[in-house]
Design a protein around this ligand. Structure first.
Ligand code: DCT
Ligand code: MG
Length: 401
């Protein structure tokens, strides 16, 4: 799994770990009824069979349910399952009984029902039903291709297509450039990117950027900045120390990567930040910075000591394709862009909600706006932003929820 889990056993006051011997049930007099009841059922159903229920296992199934809701365009339930997964991820230990989750926020009845099934039967029938659903399987498969979103996936499903082979064999399907690259490099880019690979790419892009502009600044963001071992892509911010000097830099970096023969695919988006619209501009989920979505070729020989390329066993070619996002904000928006692109998505969502609800402020990847004072709060670092929000600084590795 690409997710971080903390496999620690739970020792909360209200529950006994499932792995404890049966005798500990007899001391259950002061435990809440629901807890005792669940334990009795656990023992009746599975006797001594060990159920090790780690939270990462739980959150994976909840994220599958979230994805399924997304395919069904059920935004509410989708967000509810994502929130629940995020809350479980933030617990210091694994959940071994329902009692341990009774008081937690954001766990809806559907989530609780799924967790109860897993605690009692060691599996969830609701999840299995979703997993075996033909439409879910097809949409999950289709959207796993770079450039294919839920709308396109749905269209293909309605045409009766069920496999990637069938899509490629269908003469009436027009793939766009991004989707063609997605199919071409499918095996490589559906493989997780390791931290060592991310570091190697960082060196390559930094060298390229410095060759063009020696004082340019490159920062690794996304999951790898949060300390994750694996990711689905590698995210970077690129800027210049002086405002406006970043203009044209990204295009030159792309050209240079192309000249070096490592640019397999590039979708470039120019900046759409409209400074004249400030401060009436809407605060949005997507940012307007100049950026590019790339597929780069990473050579075995470019890996620095700590590990080789993530490849299939028996794969003899000495390179792999990797998805890279490169975003180029102007320096006075840099701190906001860094905070936004470091993620996680759920952390950003919660931080924005906190700013809005608790502080009457709007936060996005560009700026922080105080709605009462009607002014923008400038920041040159993430620390400044947390300070404006009246929060203690949260380290990137603590933003994984
Ligand atoms: N982000 C953003 N605007 C976008 C896309 C992403 O602000 N248009 C933010 C949200 C999280 C962060 O950037 C990185 O996005 P991902 O790469 O999708 O997530 P990740 O946490 O790096 O996870 P993964 O390991 O899957 O890459
Ligand atoms: Mg990422």
């Amino acid at each position: 799994s690409m997710r971080e889990g903390r496999p620690v056993t739970v020792e909360t006051r209200h529950c006994i770990p499932v792995r404890e011997p049966v005798v500990s049930l007899s001391v259950g007099g002061h435990f809440p009824a629901i807890c005792v009841c669940v334990f009795a059922r656990v023992y009746m159903c599975v006797f001594n069979r060990e159920i090790i229920l780690e939270n990462n296992l739980n959150t994976d199934v909840l994220e599958e349910l979230a994805e399924n809701s997304e395919f069904n365009e059920s935004k509410g339930p989708c967000l509810a399952f994502r929130r629940a997964a995020s809350v479980l991820k933030s617990l210091p230990s694994a959940v071994h009984c329902l009692g341990a989750i009774q008081g937690l926020p954001c766990l809806g009845e559907h989530t609780k029902a799924v967790m109860e099934e897993i605690l009692i039967f060691g599996r969830s029938f609701k999840v299995e039903e979703v997993q075996s659903d033909e439409r879910y399987q097809a949409l999950k498969l289709f959207t796993s291709v770079f450039g294919v979103g839920p709308k396109t996936a749905e269209k293909w499903y309605r045409r009766g297509l069920r496999s990637l082979k069938e899509i490629l064999a269908e003469p009436n399907i027009q793939l766009n450039r991004m989707q063609r690259a997605g199919f071409l490099y499918y095996r490589d880019i559906s493989k997780a990117v390791s931290k060592a690979e991310a570091k190697a790419l960082r060196s390559i892009i930094e060298e390229t950027a410095h060759w063009i502009a020696p004082d340019s600044i490159l920062a690794l963001t996304g999951g790898f900045r949060r300390g994750k071992e694996y990711g689905h892509d590698v995210d970077f911010l690129l800027t210049m120390p002086e405002m406006g000097k970043e203009k044209g830099l990204l295009v030159r970096v792309i050209d240079r990567l192309r000249d070096q023969g490592i640019l397999l695919y590039c979708e470039h988006q120019g900046s759409t930040v409209d400074m004249s619209k400030l401060p009436s501009r809407r605060f949005e989920a997507m940012d307007h910075f100049e950026k590019c979505f790339l597929i780069l070729r990473l050579e075995e020989g470019q890996m620095e000591g700590d590990g080789g390329l993530q490849k299939d066993p028996g794969e003899s070619r000495g390179w792999r394709a990797v998805r890279v996002d490169l975003v180029a904000p102007p320096v006075d928006h840099y701190a906001f862009a860094l905070l936004g692109w470091t993620g996680s998505r759920q952390f950003e969502r919660d931080l924005r909600r906190f700013a809005r609800k608790e502080r009457g402020m709007s936060l996005d990847n560009h700026a922080l706006y105080d709605k009462t004072k009607k002014l923008f709060l400038p920041a040159t670092s993430e620390e400044d932003i947390f300070a404006h929000l009246g929060l203690e600084y949260v380290e990137p590795w603590q933003r994984n929820a």
